[in-house]
Design a protein around this ligand. Structure first.
Ligand code: ATP
Ligand code: MG
Length: 377
């Protein structure tokens, strides 16, 4: 998730940098906007504040790194201000047992820091530690209808996935997930949200909430920005079973995995019956997935890698990819081990500082919102 932001959360941005925000966006328009934004970010990174994050449902995997974490590190290093939410309340949207949250949060923090997230520039915080953020849900919920939430494709997809896993009905928290996400993004006046194309409906909900709030309570000068989507260029990474790599499916290569586990993961990875290696994402998704992973770590293109392997076949491709991933992840894994060995105090401090910063901003925003709504007595 994430947008263009006001340098100070209390200062209502008068416009979205780089042009007026439209009311609704098609995927094509969002892609075009992403290309413009990439240029604007380089020219003026300080005009943007990104909100993004993860549910602490497990340690991060290769899909996270290629799909989002590497891009976050890139944006951070360009000088974009970033808020990284560890969305612990979202863990219980679709399950009764959140597991050992402190241990999982610690693993996610280790992954972030090892991957290059710098807590000196990026604010890492947890949902549950920022009450004012969560309170924004109340006014925001009044701005959407049940029918709109029912239509949200992401809510539908997540409800179906939850039902598949355990037959649990859609919880109220899952149903209102898009509004919670609006609070996550808008509490800090996030104006840039890195998303996959499939997450555009979510961001649309945030844009709707911002627009309606502004219309109703702050018409003279819009208080909340209508965040822009920054669409990820990266492909969806597949797991060992050929499905989307996912923490909950047990098909993932975790970033923290050992070299032996990495070898075993790629040995297990599905391929197909064709001998020669070609890059055809539609027809040969499993081979394309290996090529994309290998290309990422060797700094080449999937097509060039396919040409290089050619008739040597899937065995050769797997060997190349295994070596590339093992080499590519070696520094990250070494940093991760070092951080883990320094004990939990450093991680606790990182989170405490992030939570304190997020709270200061959320408190100001909630104060402003109460003023704008005439709820000051
Ligand atoms: P869960 O099983 O709890 O849903 P997950 O492994 O599917 O976990 P998410 O927390 O849902 O991971 O994903 C967070 C973000 O990471 C996604 O929005 C996406 O940007 C990125 N991501 C996750 N899995 C992949 C993947 N397989 N390929 C590319 N990007 C991914
Ligand atoms: Mg998921």
């Amino acid at each position: 998730m994430s947008v263009t932001i006001a340098p100070e959360a209390t200062t209502p941005p008068s416009a979205t940098p780089g042009g007026p925000a439209s009311t609704t966006r098609s995927a094509a328009a969002a892609r075009e906007r992403t290309a413009d934004l990439e240029q604007l970010i380089v020219q003026n990174p300080g005009a943007y504040r990104v909100l993004t994050g993860d549910r602490p449902t497990g340690a991060l995997h290769l899909g996270h790194l290629l799909g989002t974490v590497a891009n976050r590190v890139r944006l951070q290093n360009l000088g974009v201000e970033m808020f990284l939410i560890v969305a612990d309340y979202q863990v219980i949207t679709d399950r009764d047992d959140a597991g050992d949250l402190p241990a999982t949060v610690r693993e996610v923090l280790l992954d972030y820091l090892a991957a290059g997230i710098d807590p000196e520039c990026t604010t890492i915080f947890t949902h549950s530690a920022v009450p004012a953020l969560n309170q924004l849900l109340l006014p925001f919920l009044s701005l959407v209808t049940v029918a709109e939430l029912e239509r949200n494709p992401t809510v539908k997809a997540e409800s179906e996935a939850a039902a598949e896993r355990g037959g649990r009905g859609t919880s109220g928290l899952l149903f209102t997930y898009p509004v919670h996400q609006a609070a996550d993004i808008l509490f800090c006046h996030g104006n840039l949200v890195p998303v996959g194309e499939d997450q555009l409906p979510h961001l649309e909900a945030t844009r709707t909430v911002a627009r309606r709030f502004n219309q109703r309570y702050s018409a003279a000068q819009p208080y909340f920005p209508e965040p822009d989507a920054l669409i990820a260029q990266s492909p969806t990474i597949l797991g060992s079973d050929g499905g989307k790599m996912s923490k909950s499916r047990g098909n993932a290569l975790e970033l923290r995995a050992t070299e032996d586990e990495t070898v075993a993961f790629f040995r297990r990875a599905k391929t197909d019956a064709d001998r020669a290696i070609t890059y055809e994402p539609e027809r040969r998704p499993e081979i394309a997935n290996l090529l994309q992973i290998g290309a990422y770590f060797t700094g080449t293109s999937p097509q060039a890698l396919a040409d290089e392997v050619g008739s040597a076949g899937a065995g050769r491709l797997k060997t190349l990819v295994t070596e590339a991933v093992t080499e590519g992840l070696r520094p990250l894994r070494a940093r991760r081990r070092e951080l883990a060995a320094t004990g939990s105090r450093h991680l606790a401090e990182v989170l405490a500082r992030g939570n304190a910063h997020a709270n200061a901003i959320a408190d100001r925003t909630l104060d402003d919102v109460r003023d704008l709504m005439g709820m000051r007595y």
